[in-house]
Write a protein that binds this ligand. Structure first.
Ligand SMILES: [Zn+2]
Length: 388
């Protein structure tokens, strides 16, 4: 069986669960200020539903003591086990003590020379580093760039992050190395998100989104759209598998969905250039998809978010799709005719006006080189070039 049991993975105090609870608490505030007491009661109910769902069952609390042991070739490979990574000890991406993910240009004696989200350079002193990963999950938007906002105040950037954290939790328990492009409500331009995945030489990059709050046609079938790279067969295969898994995970919900012309596994081109429309799949060298998991204009889908049901289902679909993509040759399904657009995608992910988040302890760029004679700027640039 490839199906991961999402609800059994949420520890009471896990970051994903805490964020989920925080988000629903934030929704209460929105509801309190914007809606009557009936609306508030509905959201309160949703919090308790979410909280109780997050409590692990006794069966699932069995502590896994074997996951951290070094794998050897003699151990039997489990069906869902992640394939081994060719780790070489090179720090490629740093995660600061404040939770910001940064491409590493050069490791230094005291820390890491990094590119900041706004494409500045900094030396971070307190960070964990990643060598390589299987999957980069990209929660779309964040910070001042909110993405879509539902009529009752659900912010796309927030729920994209919840889904990514929940999916990371499932995949990590299955032995996959996963990194998110952001772990907080901060703005990260597209170029930095792409740089994180490419630098890590990830096998797969999944950009998670939800559609705008406009009116769309209704359907009995969920209108999820998984955009793949037109020239990359493995991107197409993952899109087809993710589309299948999403329909499967959403089959528990008997609601009227929103849908659109691109519902399915699909590629979308810029008519002028003939290249992929979305930057998050056009720019990376990494095999990538961009998934529009739902519609923030559909009151019935919003209600499923408020009751705490839809986002864990999305995460389960993503995690199951990753596992199937890595462990099977399944071709996927749900492929539809490509769509075209005359203009490039919006510039919401650019670096204009970008303000870097708190990176924790840092050194001034010049001070770092002035204090340490072993590290010249030539060395730094040389290693940077070699790493690219
Ligand atoms: Zn979006």
């Amino acid at each position: 069986m490839l199906r991961a049991n999402a609800t059994s993975k949420f520890g009471i105090g896990s970051p994903a669960t805490r964020l989920l609870q925080f988000l629903f608490a934030a929704l209460v505030i929105v509801a309190c200020s914007a809606e009557d007491t009936v609306g508030r009661a509905a959201v309160d109910q949703s919090i308790s539903a979410t909280t109780s769902e997050a409590v692990p069952t006794t069966e699932s609390t069995t502590t896994s003591t074997t996951t951290s042991t070094t794998s050897t070739t003699t151990e039997p490979v489990e069906e869902n086990a992640a394939p081994p990574l060719e780790e070489d000890g090179i720090p490629r991406v740093a995660r600061t003590s404040t939770g910001v993910v940064l491409p590493v240009l050069t490791p230094l004696e005291e820390g890491y020379l990094v590119n900041t989200p706004c494409q500045n350079t900094a030396v971070v002193l307190d960070a964990e580093v990643n060598d390589r990963v299987h999957v980069v999950l990209d929660p779309g938007h964040g910070g001042s760039e909110t993405g879509a906002v539902s009529p009752n105040g659900i912010v796309e950037g927030d729920i994209n992050l919840v889904v990514a954290l929940l999916a990371e939790e499932i995949l990590t328990e299955q032995g996959y190395e996963v990194t998110l492009t952001r772990y907080d409500d901060i703005r990260v331009p597209l170029v930095t998100r792409v740089e994180i995945a490419d630098r890590l030489e990830a096998d797969l990059l999944i950009s998670i989104h939800h559609q705008a709050s406009n009116q769309f046609p209704t359907s009995d079938t969920p209108g999820v759209e998984v955009f793949y790279q037109q020239l990359i067969p493995e991107s197409k295969r993952f899109a087809g598998i993710l589309h299948e898994e999403t329909l499967e995970a959403y089959s528990d919900f008997d609601i009227t969905w929103f849908t659109g012309a691109d519902a399915g596994a699909v590629y979308r081109l810029n008519t002028n250039t003939g290249t992929d429309f979305y930057g998050m799949i056009r720019l990376p060298e990494t095999t990538a998809v961009l998934a529009e998991m739902g519609f923030l204009g559909n009151p019935e889908e919003i209600e499923l978010i408020r009751t705490g049901e839809l986002l864990p289902a999305e995460a389960e679909a993503i995690a199951n799709a990753v596992i199937r993509w890595f462990t099977t040759d399944d071709p996927g399904s749900g492929f539809v005719e490509p769509s075209f657009s005359l203009t490039a995608a919006g510039s919401g992910g650019g670096i204009a006006g970008c303000e870097d988040p708190d990176l924790g302890a840092t050194l001034e760029f010049s001070a770092a080189f002035g204090d340490d004679e072993d590290v010249s700027s030539e060395d730094a640039q040389g290693e940077d070039t070699a790493a690219e």
